[in-house]
Ligand binder design. Structure first.
Ligand SMILES: C[S@@+](CC[C@H](N)C(=O)[O-])C[C@H]1O[C@@H](n2cnc3c(N)ncnc32)[C@H](O)[C@@H]1O
Length: 461
């Protein structure tokens, strides 16, 4: 491997905190990128298989692991079942930043503004177990991938929207926490993305910087006074990191929030960004020659002044009939405090505490997903939705069909899994691998129908 870093980037970083030219170049030329995953804590409890070959824990992320090598994730059924998410170590530092500054048990409304493909949103859904995560993506095609990943994560507390940052001005002072993981020039991912190397220019950094300011200015209206903003990029450039911090403090009523000097598990804090007095860290920049991660920048702010909350509220969606609710009961874990709502023919379940918020969000945003779609009533039966199969709310009383690895891959390719039908009870079964749900199968007298969504099926052989 021999990666040539743009001269202009090196020149712009010389003399900056945490940047060491020789080791930085060496890390790019001679050392491969890390491969790492983050487990889904809500699914880990039901997982019956061995842990994959690991190469150490990510010290700042309680569910994060380095892998010894990059497997072909597409052929791992657990990847499709949402047991883990493939995520950069640096990006997982969001957990540590939240851990230092917020209470994970609070019932908070959290906006992830630039969310696709869903790395930060799935982390937020695990961290804020009592929170509601509005996971937004501006690009339609990327919002579809985000929806798929939120569905696989299965936590039921992610709402996916597809809106422009300016649309959030309709929700003045609504959110408690906002994450802006901004589109950037991508220098932090040079070891993984040769296209980012080829496209990098100082002009691109300027363009990204202006766009980042615009995005923040437009969306921050929806953060409440006292609310927290986390701003991150995978760029090393001052124009996209420190200059944006100055912009936030200077122009949009934000103040920096102090972080620990030595964050949990990080021994070398490369590129600590200090407050103006030069005392307290208010951000971190990860350089790959010093921290076991690709490049990443993260900073945190508090909104000092904001307008009073103001937004349209809509009509509450109609609840389903009692008889329909009775049919959903056997499919779900007991003791969940859910409200069931009709969305066209679908029955949707949402935690009761967020029902009023769903009405607000539906009125003001374009929603692609909310809560968990349970299914449709046909005749006197519930036809379960794929969403339910991947949800952590699915009940343990649901008939489970454990598949081995080969059968799981047949299932995920939308083929007929080679299964002995003798002795199988007819009806719906949750196809699972090592205790992790993959989707629905219906057992008929002489065959099995595979209900894995065709547009999700594995195409590669
Ligand atoms: C760095 S990526 C987000 C990665 C994501 N947070 C994650 O952890 O998986 C930035 C996202 O911003 C979106 N984006 C691009 N232009 C945008 C704009 N003008 N406003 C808001 N989002 C934008 C991109 O489509 C992309 O999905």
């Amino acid at each position: 491997m021999s990666l040539s870093i743009p001269e202009g980037l090196i020149a712009s970083l010389e003399g900056k905190a945490g940047f060491h030219k020789r080791s930085f170049i060496d890390a790019h030329k001679n050392h491969p990128a890390n491969t790492s995953i983050r487990y889904n804590p809500q699914k880990l409890a039901g997982y019956k298989g061995p842990m994959p070959a690991q190469h150490g824990r990510i010290s700042w992320s309680p569910y994060g692991y380095y892998l010894a090598e990059r497997p072909f994730f597409t052929h791992d059924p657990l990847f499709h079942g949402g047991l883990y998410y493939v995520q950069e170590p640096g990006s997982q530092f969001l957990w540590e930043t939240l851990h230092q500054t917020t209470d994970p048990n609070q019932r908070l409304k959290v906006l992830d503004l630039c969310a696709a493909p869903g790395g930060k949103s799935t982390l937020l859904a695990s961290f804020f177990k009592n929170g509601l995560i509005v996971s937004n993506e501006i690009m339609k095609n990327r919002a579809a991938v985000l929806t798929e990943n939120a569905t696989k994560w299965g936590t039921g507390n992610i709402v996916v929207s597809c809106n422009e940052p300016s649309h959030f001005a309709r929700l003045k002072g609504y959110f408690d926490v906002m994450i802006v993981d901004a589109p950037c020039s991508g220098s932090g991912l040079f070891r993984k993305d040769p296209v980012a190397v080829a496209q990098w220019t100082p002009a691109l950094v300027d363009l990204c910087s202006k766009r980042q300011q615009r995005i923040l200015q437009e969306a921050l209206v929806s953060l409440k006074e006292g609310g927290l903003l986390i701003y991150s990029t995978c760029s090393y450039s001052i124009g996209e990191d420190e200059d944006i911090m100055d912009f936030l403090v200077g122009h949009v009523a934000m103040e920096t929030v102090a972080l620990n000097n030595t964050p949990m598990g990080v021994t070398t804090v490369a590129g600590t960004v200090k407050d103006r007095a030069g005392n307290q860290p208010v951000g971190y920049k990860f350089f790959p020659d010093q921290v076991r991660s690709e490049g990443f920048f993260i900073s945190i702010f508090k909104k000092t002044k904001g307008e009073l909350p103001a937004y349209h509220t809509g009509e509450a969606a109609p609840a389903i009939a009692k008889e329909e609710q009775v049919l959903t009961g056997p499919w779900l874990k007991p003791h969940l405090d859910l409200k069931f709502i009709k969305q066209g023919a679908d029955i949707l379940a949402l935690e009761n505490k967020w029902v009023a918020d769903l009405t607000i969000l539906q009125k003001n945003l374009f929603l692609k997903k909310a809560g968990v779609t349970i299914g449709q009533i046909k005749g006197k039966q519930l036809v379960p939705a794929h969403d339910l199969a991947l949800s952590t709310w699915v009940g343990s009383g649901v008939a489970n069909f454990p598949l081995d690895r080969a059968q799981s891959l047949q299932y995920l390719k939308c083929q007929q899994p080679e299964i002995e039908l003798d002795g199988l009870s007819p009806g719906w079964h949750l196809a699972s691998y090592e205790g992790i749900g993959l989707g629905w199968m219906k057992v008929l007298p002489n065959r099995i129908n595979n209900y894995y969504p065709r547009n999700w099926r594995i195409l590669k052989h």
